[in-house]
Design a protein around this ligand. Structure first.
Ligand SMILES: [Ca+2]
Length: 117
């Protein structure tokens, strides 16, 4: 038994990967494959309702994810935000994905009059 396993790559199920890709593409507005401060901030506001307050905070997040703050967070970095339990983020991929893409389900009411099969 080894004392400690190095954290290299986290496991991402196909479903989680699809959700991550949808979220990433939605917020990577300039399609440069990284989420910069502004883009990650938009994601943060859309999911948690509160912004990343300072560029320093963004830089700190980048450091936690082994990302370059001058560029931003790439797909692997975003995956770690949601799926790496060693990191101090409490974001839930399914919850956030629903918030972003499934607005109907979030405010599901008893009426199902217009539902199609
Ligand atoms: Ca970008």
């Amino acid at each position: 038994m080894s004392a400690q396993q190095p954290v290299k790559q986290i496991r991402v199920s196909p479903e989680a990967r699809r959700k991550l890709e949808e979220i990433f593409e939605m917020f990577d507005r300039d399609h440069d494959e990284v989420l910069n401060y502004k883009e990650l901030n938009n994601l943060q506001i859309a999911t948690s309702g509160s912004p990343i307050e300072t560029a320093a905070q963004f830089a700190f997040i980048c450091q936690l994810l082994d990302q370059n703050p001058m560029r931003g967070i790439n797909f692997a970095g975003l995956a770690r935000v949601y799926l790496d339990s060693a990191l101090p983020f409490d974001a839930d991929l399914d919850t956030d994905h629903k918030k972003l893409f499934n607005k109907d389900a979030a405010s599901d009411s008893a009426s199902s009059g217009s539902e199609t099969k």
